[in-house]
Design a protein around this ligand. Structure first.
Ligand SMILES: [Zn+2]
Ligand SMILES: [Zn+2]
Length: 707
C-alpha cells in the first residue's frame, strides 16, 4: 500500500518550492521520521512532517518515493516540529529551511550505514557515581529566589546583580529537575561559549557525577563530528544536560524540563542571517509548548517545562513582561559577601571631558588612578569599542581619507602589520607610502583604536614601575589578538595569573570573565551610543557599562577600593545618573517611558525588510513598490501597519553592494504577523518586475535588534 507523506527538505525561503513536498512511501512513516528523499537529481535529508490522506493534486506520474528512513534514530517530537513551524511562520521563512538548519550538518552527509555505526558509538549511560560536591551555603536572597521559582509556573526572570550568585541558582534549579525525574533533561544557553568558559566548567563539575556522556555542549565551535555526537546524545535522551549557544534552542530533547538562558539580554541570541530568530524568545515559547499537553481530567500540564532567564541588565522586553506579570521576577540585588562589608559594587566616577585638556584620550585624574593601582600591585581594565590602531588614516594637505573602495566606510589602520583593513568587507591593503591623492608623505592616523590606545598608555605610564621595581606590563585583548584558537584562553589565563597590570581591549573583555584582581575599570569613549539613531543603543550601553563595572573588585578583599571610570562629554545624561547608583530599574523605567511614547518595542512591533542591489535606487525602488502594492491590494491588516519609506542602511555599501531597508511598524503583533504573511508573495511578485530583476536579494527581519 502506498502512503503519502508531506516532507520538508532544505529549500531556501525564496525558491519556488518553499513548502513541504509530497512523497510516496511503501512503508508507513510517522511524522518526525528522518528520511532520505530525491530532490531534482540529488538525494537529500528530509523530515516527515505530516501523513497525508492521499496524493492531493500531485499527478501520480510525478510522485517520487522516499529512498529510506534513517534507522535507529527516534522521531523528532511533536513539540520540536511545532517549534520549527512556529519559527518559520513568525520569522517569515520556509519550514524546510528552519528544520534542516536546526539539525547537525553531518546528518545530511552520512549514509544509513555510516549513521548506524555512529549510533553504536554513542556510549551507554555510565552508572552515576555519588555526588561528592561540597555545596556552598546559599545566601538568603539565593534561597528566596529558588523558593519563589519553585512556587510558580510562569517564565522567570532572575534579575541578579553581577556577583550575586546567579550561576548557583541555575545549578540548583537544574539539579532539582534532574534529581526529581531520572529521565529529565535541562538546556542551558549562554551567549558565546568561549567567552564563558567558567560557566561551562562549573556545570561540568557540578554534574560530573552523571557521567561524561550526560553533559554535552552544542555550539558552532564544535567539529561536525562532535556536534553530531552531542546532538545524538540529546536526541536519544541520554544527555541530561545540554549547554549551548543560540542554535541549541532547537536541540532535539525529548524530556526537556528546564531551559536556562544566561545573560538573556545579549544581542548574540538573535540570529543575524537566514531565519533571524531570537533564541531567547524561542526558549520562552518552547517551554510553553513543552508544557502545553494537558491531562484530560485535571486540565493540568502533563509535564512542566520552566524557563529561567537571567541578567543583571535584562532586555527591556523581558523587564516589561515582569512589570505586567506575564513573567515572574526574582531579584538578587546584593553581591555575595556584602555582609562582610566587602564585595560591594564599584563606585562610578564620571569624568567630564569638557573640563579636561583638549584632545586628551585619557584624562589626567584617570591616569593618576591607574598609576596608583599599579603602585599597589592591582590590575586595571580599560576598554574602547574600536579595534585596530586608528579608525582612519588621513592626509591633512588634501583631505584624503582611507575610505574603502567597496564600502561606504573607512578602512581601519592596523599598525602592527601596516595595513588598512575594512572591517565590513575585509578588503586589506598595505598602507601607502604617500597620500594616494596628492603625494604628501605625511599621512597620519586620526582617532584611536585599541592598538593605538595600548601604545598610548605605554607612553603615558612610561615612568611608572611595579611595586617591586619591575617594568609595567600592558596587554591587549580584542578580535585581532584572539584570532588563533586558544589565544583568548591563554591571554585570559595570564590576566588571572596576575601577569598583566593594565588590560586594554574592546567590549569583549567586559563580558563574562571573572577578573578577581581588577580594581579599576574604565570606559574611554562611550558617548556615541547616547545619541545613536538606533533605539536600543542606550540599553546596550547601560548593559555594557554595568557589566564592565561588575568586572571590578569581585575579590572581596578589593571591594572597598574598586572603581568604574567613565569619560564623557555628557555627564548630565540620565543614563549616567542611573549607572552611578547601579540602578537598573530606574534606567528601565526611564527608557520604557520613552519607548512607550514612541510606540517602540515592547509597546509596538516592527519588522525590517532589507534589500540589496548594485544600485541604491533599485534596492529602494523595490521596497517602495512592494509597499505600494500592499496598499493598492488592500492586504489584510494593512490599515494597522505602517510601512515607512525605504532608506539606505547606516553602512550603505558593503563589498560594492548597495543596501536599503524599510521599517514596518504596528501596535499589534498579530496584525503585523498577518500582514507580513500576506506581503511575502507580493514581495516575490514585485521582484519579478523588469526594473527589479537586478535585485540581488531581500529578506525580512522580524523584531530586529537595530533599526
Ligand atoms: Zn593628500
Ligand atoms: Zn569594505
Amino acid at each position: 500500500m502506498t502512503h503519502w507523506l508531506s516532507i520538508v527538505v532544505a529549500t531556501p525561503a525564496h525558491s519556488s518550492v518553499a513548502g513541504p513536498l509530497t512523497y510516496a512511501s511503501e512503508s508507513a512513516l510517522a511524522p518526525g521520521t528522518l528520511v532520505r528523499v530525491p530532490l531534482g537529481k540529488r538525494e537529500v535529508l528530509g523530515v516527515v512532517w505530516e501523513v497525508l490522506p492521499d496524493a492531493g493534486d500531485l499527478p501520480l506520474a510525478q510522485a517520487k518515493n522516499v529512498l529510506g528512513a534513517l534507522e535507529g534514530l527516534g522521531l523528532l517530537s511533536d513539540t520540536w516540529r511545532r517549534l520549527v513551524g512556529f519559527t518559520a511562520s513568525y520569522y517569515q521563512r520556509s519550514i524546510g529551511e528552519v528544520a534542516l538548519a536546526a539539525l547537525p550538518p553531518q546528518l545530511r552527509e552520512l549514509s544509513t550505514v555510516q549513521l548506524a555505526r555512529r549510533l553504536k558509538r554513542v556510549p551507554a549511560a555510565e552508572a552515576e557515581t555519588s555526588n561528592t560536591i561540597n555545596l556552598v551555603a546559599l545566601s538568603a536572597q539565593q534561597q528566596r529566589a529558588i523558593a519563589e521559582f519553585d512556587a510558580d509556573t510562569r517564565p522567570a526572570l532572575l534579575f541578579g546583580a553581577t556577583g550575586s550568585g546567579k550561576t548557583e541558582v541555575y545549578l540548583r534549579a537544574a539539579a532539582k529537575v534532574l534529581e526529581q525525574d531520572t529521565s529529565a533533561q535541562v538546556l542551558v544557553m549562554v551567549p558565546e561559549i568561549n567567552l564563558t568558559p567558567q560557566l561551562q566548567t562549573r556545570f561540568e563539575e557540578r554534574f560530573a557525577h552523571l557521567g561524561k556522556a550526560q553533559v554535552v555542549a552544542l555550539h558552532s565551535g564544535l567539529t561536525p563530528a562532535q556536534r553530531l555526537k552531542s546532538w545524538l546524545a540529546a536526541h536519544s535522551g541520554q544527555a541530561r544536560l545540554v549547554l549551548g549557544t543560540r542554535m541549541a534552542v532547537f536541540a532535539s530533547m525529548p524530556n526537556l524540563r528546564l531551559i536556562v538562558v544566561d545573560e538573556e539580554h545579549d544581542p548574540s541570541y538573535k540570529q543575524q542571517e537566514g531565519a533571524r530568530y531570537s533564541a531567547r524568545d524561542l526558549a520562552v515559547y518552547r517551554a510553553m509548548l513543552e508544557s502545553a499537553v494537558k491531562d484530560g481530567e485535571t486540565d493540568k500540564p502533563v509535564v512542566q517545562c520552566r524557563v529561567l532567564l537571567g541578567s543583571a541588565t535584562p532586555s527591556l522586553e523581558s523587564w516589561q513582561a515582569t512589570v505586567t506579570g506575564r513573567y515572574q521576577r526574582l531579584t538578587m540585588n546584593e553581591r555575595i559577601g556584602t555582609e562582610a562589608g566587602s564585595g560591594r559594587l564599584p563606585a562610578v566616577r564620571l569624568v567630564d571631558m569638557n573640563h579636561q585638556p583638549k584632545h586628551c584620550t585619557i584624562a589626567p585624574p584617570l591616569l593618576d588612578a591607574i598609576a596608583q593601582r599599579i603602585a599597589r600591585g592591582e590590575q586595571s581594565l580599560i576598554f574602547l569599542n574600536r579595534r585596530g590602531y586608528a579608525p582612519v588614516l588621513a592626509c591633512h594637505d588634501c583631505g584624503w581619507k582611507s575610505e574603502c573602495p567597496h564600502c561606504s566606510a573607512y578602512r581601519v589602520f592596523h599598525k602592527i602589520d601596516r595595513t588598512l583593513r575594512c572591517h565590513h568587507c575585509g578588503f586589506t591593503e598595505r598602507v601607502p607610502r604617500a597620500c594616494p591623492s596628492c603625494g604628501n608623505i605625511d599621512i597620519a592616523p586620526v582617532g584611536k583604536g585599541t592598538e593605538r590606545l595600548e601604545e598610548h598608555i605605554g607612553e603615558l605610564l612610561a615612568g611608572v614601575t611595579r611595586p617591586d621595581g619591575s617594568p609595567l606590563r600592558i596587554a591587549r585583548i580584542d578580535a585581532d589578538t584572539t584570532r588563533l584558537k586558544g589565544a583568548l584562553e591563554s591571554q585570559l589565563a595570564s590576566v588571572h595569573a596576575g601577569e598583566v597590570d593594565v588590560l586594554v581591549g574592546t567590549q569583549m573583555i567586559a563580558k563574562g570573565h571573572d577578573f578577581r584582581h581588577i580594581t579599576l575599570v574604565a570606559a574611554i569613549n562611550p558617548d556615541n551610543a547616547l545619541f545613536s539613531s538606533d533605539f536600543r543603543a542606550p540599553e546596550r550601553l547601560f548593559g555594557l557599562l554595568m557589566q564592565a563595572a561588575g568586572r571590578a573588585g569581585r575579590d572581596a578583599d578589593h571591594g572597598e577600593v574598586s572603581e568604574m571610570w567613565v569619560q564623557t562629554f555628557h555627564p548630565q545624561h540620565p543614563l549616567f545618573a542611573a549607572l552611578k547608583k547601579h540602578d537598573y530599574p530606574v534606567f528601565a523605567t526611564q527608557e520604557l517611558k520613552e519607548r512607550e511614547a514612541a510606540g517602540m518595542s515592547p509597546f509596538g512591533f516592527s519588522a525590517l525588510v532589507r534589500a540589496e542591489a548594485r544600485e541604491q535606487s533599485v534596492a529602494q525602488g523595490f521596497l517602495n513598490a512592494a509597499a505600494e502594492a500592499a496598499q493598492t491590494q488592500q492586504l489584510p491588516q494593512h490599515d494597522q501597519v505602517t510601512p515607512y519609506p525605504a532608506v539606505p542602511m547606516t553602512i550603505q555599501r558593503v563589498a560594492n553592494v548597495e543596501r536599503a531597508q524599510m521599517l514596518v511598524e504596528s501596535p499589534s503583533r498579530a496584525a503585523l504577523q498577518r500582514f507580513l504573511a500576506a506581503w511575502q508573495p507580493v514581495l516575490h511578485e514585485t521582484r519579478q518586475q523588469t526594473e527589479f530583476k537586478s535585485l540581488i536579494r531581500w529578506a525580512i527581519d522580524v523584531d530586529p535588534l537595530a533599526i
